[in-house]
Design a protein around this ligand. Structure first.
Ligand code: MLT
Length: 428
């Protein structure tokens, strides 16, 4: 294979190096293209453009492969815990027991948030979407920890900034939920593990403890592991781009939360349940909506099917589908919404129209079903995605900073008016 690509532009030859990754992914390095030729490339949505070289997550859309730091998600979902996977993503290796204990305990002692943050929270109406609250309150951490604004923090100071974010986001996420239902917040109980503590803060009442169900805790661990990172998706690219301006970790993740909120990204799991509820409200005839989805003149589209990157199946969906069946059985959940989901799933996996278009159930389809079965309210589904994606965002921000990447500044092809002179008002 040649070490370079050659482009002929206006009769002149330009040679650009070929970059090959450890999984044999190939790229044309065009870092000098504009300087040498005056040309840029154009790639709307960056679908063919690599923004960076990263050692965190590898995915193969054709083969349905997803690995964090080389470890297949199937093994991590089965054998690891979310907090251990967070350590793996952020620091690059599976921790020893001592390292994991230190990481876990450091997080435990930082789960409280400044009481003044409750005053900010109280300012939100109960109708505020939890994702908007989460993004705002995560950004407000810069006010309580102004040292996080220093782009030249020492390694230990960066690590404390990271620990604080891992520790406080679950508290803030649970509080945003309590605010949305007008209930008093629950404070973290540090004797509990990460996922159990979150469930406690979400569902405990002042008058009664939340009874932890091991099936629910295990399912939540698995869900968060499967959402922990996904290479350069929209929200992660946002975190890296904002961070490339030397913005703080908190500001960068706040921006990532806003990107994730979009229905085409993390908001898809909420859109799945809203679609199922609309089908139920219309009479529950899934066949009618399957026909609508196939009608090119009908604006109805199935949410939670297919994927931009995975061509044949989403490996996370395979694992979550199994977990969904286990949770629904263990909890004895009998929900007509879930029956409709099963009918749509059956159609998507057997109807040639959906098979030909690779419209298979994706991670958002099944995660929405599990979250609903766990009693998590629909408008918290994307918050759950953010909770899972947090270590991935942190790891990617940390890698970008350690690689001393330049500020992100894409170019454009201008298509507006050419030069023209100002026209006085009386001549318009
Ligand atoms: C994700 O996990 O971020 C979503 O599947 C979207 C993506 O990777 O583009």
């Amino acid at each position: 294979m040649s070490d370079f690509a050659e482009i002929i532009l206006e009769g002149k030859s330009y040679k650009m190096p070929i970059v090959v990754g450890t999984e044999n992914e190939k790229a044309i390095d065009i870092n000098n293209l504009r300087a040498e030729s005056g040309y840029i490339t154009l790639d709307s949505g960056y679908k063919n453009t690599g923004a960076t070289e990263s050692a965190i997550t590898f995915l193969d859309g054709e083969e349905g492969i997803l690995r964090y730091r080389g470890y297949p998600i199937e093994q991590l979902a089965e054998k690891s815990s979310f907090i251990e996977v967070a350590y793996l993503l952020i620091y690059g290796a599976l921790p020893t027991q001592q390292e994991l204990d230190v990481f876990t305990n450091e997080i435990k002692i930082h789960t409280l948030v400044n009481e003044d943050m409750r005053k900010i929270l109280d300012g939100f109406p109960s109708t505020a979407h939890p994702m908007g609250i989460l993004s705002a309150l995560i950004s407000s951490l810069t006010a309580f920890y102004p040292e996080s604004l220093n782009p030249n923090q020492s390694k230990d100071e960066v690590n404390l900034t990271i620990i604080r974010l891992m520790a406080k986001l679950p508290t803030i996420a649970a509080w945003s939920y309590k605010n949305s239902i007008g209930h008093p917040v629950n404070y973290p109980k540090n004797k509990l593990d990460y996922c159990s503590n979150f469930l406690h803060m979400m569902f405990a009442y002042p008058t009664e403890e939340y009874e932890l169900n091991p099936v629910v805790v295990s399912a939540l661990n698995k869900l968060l592991i499967l959402h922990a990172d996904h290479e350069q998706n929209c929200s992660t690219s946002t975190v890296r781009l904002v961070g490339s301006a030397n913005a703080s970790l908190y500001s960068s993740v706040s921006a990532g939360i806003s990107a994730l909120w979009g229905p085409l990204h993390g908001g898809a799991n909420q859109a799945v349940i809203e679609m199922l509820e609309a089908i139920k409200a219309d009479g529950g005839d899934s066949k009618k909506f399957i026909a609508k989805a196939k009608d090119k003149d009908d604006p109805f589209r199935l949410m939670g099917f297919g994927h931009r990157v995975y061509k044949n199946f989403d490996p996370r969906a395979t694992i979550i589908k199994k977990a969904a069946d286990e949770v629904l059985t263990a909890l004895g959940v009998n929900d007509p919404i879930l029956d409709i989901a099963k009918e749509l799933e059956e159609a998507a996996l057997t109807d040639q129209y959906f098979v030909d278009r690779k419209l298979y159930p994706n991670v958002d389809f099944y995660s929405g079903i599990i979250y609903r079965a766990l009693g998590i309210p629909t408008d918290m589904f994307t918050v759950m995605f953010a909770l899972g994606r947090l270590p991935g965002w942190i790891a990617q921000w940390k890698e970008m900073r350690e690689q001393k990447e330049p500020i992100g500044r894409p170019r454009q092809v201008y298509t507006g008016d050419t030069e023209r002179n100002y026209v006085p008002m009386n001549e318009r």
